[in-house]
Ligand binder design. Structure first.
Ligand SMILES: C[S@@+](CC[C@H](N)C(=O)[O-])C[C@H]1O[C@@H](n2cnc3c(N)ncnc32)[C@H](O)[C@@H]1O
Length: 307
C-alpha cells in the first residue's frame, strides 16, 4: 500500500508558524505528514486526532520517534476540546485540519472509498456505525435523492437514486459505480470526472457526517485556541470550503454588519479572528504535478484575537 503525500505542507507550516514550547492540535492525523513536519519545525508538542483506528495504530512509530512530544487519540475532531482538556493542556497555539480521507484509506479497496478497484461498500473512516451499504440498500428514494443531490451536488440525483433502488441489493463499489454510470447516460462519459465520482463523494460525506463534524470541529477549535492561536484548514470540495470561509469571515474583523440598515457603530459581533487568507491558497503548479490528489485543495487560515 502506498503512503500519503501531505498536501500543501509548506503553506500549512507558513500559516501555522510552529514555535518552540507551543502546543498544536492536528485534528486529522492521517499518515502523520503534518504532525511530523510541525514537530520537526520547532521544539513543540502535537496532539494528533484521527477517527480511524488504523491511522492511530500506524502512528505509534512516530509517537516513539518524537519521544513524548506527540500524543495520539482515536476519535472525532469535533471532540478536540474534550481531548485537550483530558491532556491537561491550557491553551492551544494552533489547530490544523486536513479534511477528507487519506491515501491509506482511499487506496485500500477493502475500505470501500474508491470505485477504481472493487471492494465492499463500507466508507466508514472510524470502521464503526452505519456503512455505505446500509445507506445504499436501506434508505428510501427521497433520502437517497437528498444525499446525492446535497452532498454530491449531482443534478441527476433522482435518476441515480431510482436506478440504485431498482438494482438492490448492491454489495460492492464496482457494482455501484456501474449502476450510477448507466443511470447517467452517455452524456456523463464526456465529463472530466468519472460519472460515479459525485455519488461516491455524497455517500462518504453522509456516512461520516463530514459536514456536521466540520461545523462542530470549527467551534471546538475556536474554544481551545488561545489568543494569537492559529487555525489552518485544508478542504477538498466546495461544500467544505464554503463552511470554512463563512466560519472565518463571519467571525473576522472584516465581517460586514448584520444589516446595512444597522448604525455604523453597531458591530455584527465581536471579532474573534483576523483572516490570514482573504482568498484561499491553492497548491503550486509543482505540487500539482507531483501529487494530482492535491488538485482541489484550498487552504484558509485565521488568527484568534484576544477577547
Ligand atoms: C487527508 S487525511 C490527513 C493527512 C495528514 N494531514 C497527513 O499529512 O498525513 C484525513 C485524515 O483525517 C481523518 N478524519 C477525517 N475526518 C475526521 C474527523 N471528523 N475526526 C477525526 N479524524 C478525521 C481521516 O480518517 C484521515 O485519516
Amino acid at each position: 500500500m502506498s503512503g500519503h503525500l501531505p498536501v500543501m505542507l509548506a503553506e500549512v507550516l507558513e500559516m501555522l508558524k510552529p514555535r518552540d514550547g507551543a502546543r498544536y492540535v492536528d485534528g486529522t492525523f492521517g499518515g502523520g505528514g503534518y504532525a511530523s513536519a510541525i514537530l520537526e519545525a520547532a521544539d513543540c508538542s502535537v496532539l494528533g486526532i484521527d477517527r480511524d483506528p488504523e491511522a492511530i495504530e500506524r502512528g505509534k512509530a512516530l509517537v516513539e520517534r518524537f519521544g513524548g512530544r506527540l500524543t495520539l487519540v482515536q476519535g472525532e475532531f469535533s471532540r478536540m476540546d474534550e481531548f485537550v482538556q483530558a491532556s491537561n493542556a491550557k491553551g492551544i497555539d494552533g489547530v490544523v485540519l486536513d479534511l477528507g480521507v487519506s491515501s491509506f484509506q482511499f487506496d485500500q479497496p477493502a475500505r470501500g472509498f474508491s470505485f477504481r478497484e472493487d471492494g465492499p461498500l463500507d466508507m466508514r473512516m472510524s470502521l464503526s456505525g452505519e456503512s455505505a451499504a446500509d445507506v445504499v440498500n436501506g434508505a428510501d428514494e427521497r433520502t437517497l435523492i437528498q444525499i446525492i443531490a446535497r452532498y454530491g451536488e449531482e443534478k441527476n440525483a433522482r435518476r441515480i437514486a431510482r436506478a440504485i433502488i431498482a438494482a438492490r441489493p448492491i454489495s460492492g463499489t464496482a457494482q455501484l459505480a456501474a449502476i450510477v454510470s448507466d443511470a447517467q447516460g452517455p452524456a456523463a462519459l464526456r465529463l472530466a470526472i468519472h460519472p460515479a465520482t459525485r455519488t461516491f463523494q455524497a455517500l462518504r460525506i453522509h456516512v461520516n457526517d463530514e459536514l456536521g463534524e466540520l461545523e462542530r470541529g470549527l467551534d471546538a477549535a475556536l474554544n481551545i485556541l488561545r489568543p494569537e492561536g492559529r487555525l489552518v484548514v485544508v478542504s477538498y470540495h466546495s461544500l467544505e470550503d464554503r463552511m470554512v470561509k463563512h466560519f472565518l469571515s463571519e467571525r473576522s474583523t472584516s465581517a460586514p454588519r448584520a444589516s446595512r440598515h444597522a448604525p455604523a457603530s453597531t458591530p455584527a459581533h465581536r471579532p474573534m479572528f483576523k483572516l490570514l487568507t482573504t482568498r484561499p491558497m491553492t497548491p503550486s503548479a509543482a505540487e500539482l504535478t507531483s501529487n494530482p490528489r492535491a488538485r482541489s485543495a484550498k487552504l484558509r487560515a485565521g488568527l484568534k484575537l484576544a477577547a
